[in-house]
Ligand binder design. Structure first.
Ligand SMILES: Nc1ncnc2c1ncn2[C@@H]1O[C@H](COP(=O)(O)OP(=O)(O)OP(=O)(O)O)[C@@H](O)[C@H]1O
Ligand SMILES: [Mg+2]
Length: 235
C-alpha cells in the first residue's frame, strides 16, 4: 500500500482493508516496515501507523516484527537514518517480512510517504516493493492534483518493475470528492491508465480514525474489493 504523498490516507485505507479482510474470515497480517516520526509515551516510543494496522487486523505479531526499522525524527528514512548515524537495513525488513508472510494468509504492507521516498543511498520505497515482489495499491487524493500525482507514482513504480494492482481515490479532506476534480478524476484516470481505479472513499473523520470494514465496503463495493485482493496476489 503506497500513496501519492504523505498524509493521503494509506493507513486509514490499509487499516480498513485489514478490518474488511478479517471480517471475511481471512487471516490477515500487517506491516509498516519502516516508520519515522515516533511519538513519545512514557519511557517508550509509539508508532501510530503500526498500532492502527495491528488493531484493525487483529494481528498478534510483536511490534518489532511489524516495524523492524524505526526512527524518531519525522523525516524520510534515508535522512532520519543518516542523522541517527544508522543505515536502513533491507536485510532486517526482508527477515521480518518472511516471518510474517509464513504466519498469515495475506499481508498488507504500508510503505512510507510515496514511491520514491529514499530509504538509503540506493533504495526507494518502490525498490523495497520490488525486492519483496509485492504489487502496489496506490492511495491517491480524490480532488485536484490527483491525476498528476497518480501518473507520477505509476511511472516511478513501473520503471522499477512494480506491478500496480489498483488505485484507490480517497477523500481525505472535506469536499474533495464533491469538487469538480473529484467528480471527473475517476473517469479521467480510467481513460489514462489500464488499472482498476476504485473510489472515491468518502470523507469521514470518524471512520478514518477508527477504521471500519463497512466504510470501505459501502464505498468501494464487495466485488471490487475481492477483485483488488486477487489482483494483488504476490507476483
Ligand atoms: N477518507 C477520510 N476521511 C476523513 N479523514 C481521513 C480520510 N482518509 C484519511 N483521513 C485522515 O487524514 C489523516 C492522514 O491519513 P493517514 O494517516 O491514513 O495518511 P498516510 O498516507 O498513512 O500518512 P503517512 O504518510 O503519515 O503514513 C489522518 O488523520 C486520517 O485519519
Ligand atoms: Mg500512514
Amino acid at each position: 500500500m503506497t500513496g501519492t504523498d504523505t498524509g493521503v490516507g494509506k493507513t486509514a485505507i490499509a487499516a480498513a482493508l485489514a478490518a474488511w479482510c478479517r471480517a471475511q474470515g481471512l487471516d490477515v497480517g500487517v506491516m509498516k516496515p519502516i516508520a519515522t516520526g515516533l511519538r513519545r509515551a512514557g519511557r517508550g516510543w509509539i508508532n501510530d501507523d503500526a498500532r492502527r494496522l495491528r488493531a484493525a487486523s487483529g494481528s498478534r505479531a510483536a511490534e518489532a516484527l511489524i516495524t523492524p526499522v524505526a526512527f524518531r525524527e519525522p523525516l524520510a528514512p534515508a535522512v532520519a537514518a543518516q542523522r541517527a548515524g544508522r543505515r536502513v537495513s533491507m536485510r532486517a525488513i526482508l527477515a521480518a517480512y518472511h516471518v510474517l508472510q509464513r504466519r498469515h494468509r495475506l499481508l498488507i504492507v504500508e510503505g512510507i510517504g510515496g514511491a520514491l521516498v529514499p530509504l538509503n543511498d540506493r533504495d526507494t520505497v518502490a525498490d523495497l516493493a520490488r525486492r519483496l515482489r509485492l504489487p502496489a495499491i496506490i492511495v491517491s487524493r480524490a480532488g485536484l492534483g490527483a491525476i498528476n500525482h497518480t501518473l507520477l507514482s505509476v511511472e516511478a513504480l513501473r520503471r522499477r518493475r512494480v506491478r500496480i494492482a489498483g488505485i484507490i481515490l480517497n477523500a481525505e479532506s472535506q469536499g474533495a470528492a464533491a469538487s469538480l476534480a473529484g467528480r471527473t478524476n475517476p473517469v479521467a484516470l480510467r481513460r489514462l491508465l489500464r488499472v482498476p481505479i476504485l473510489g472515491p472513499v468518502p470523507f469521514s473523520p470518524r471512520q478514518a480514525a477508527r477504521p471500519d470494514a463497512a466504510w470501505l465496503e459501502q464505498s468501494l463495493g464487495r466485488d471490487a474489493l475481492r477483485r483488488l485482493l486477487s489482483g494483488a496476489a504476490e507476483d
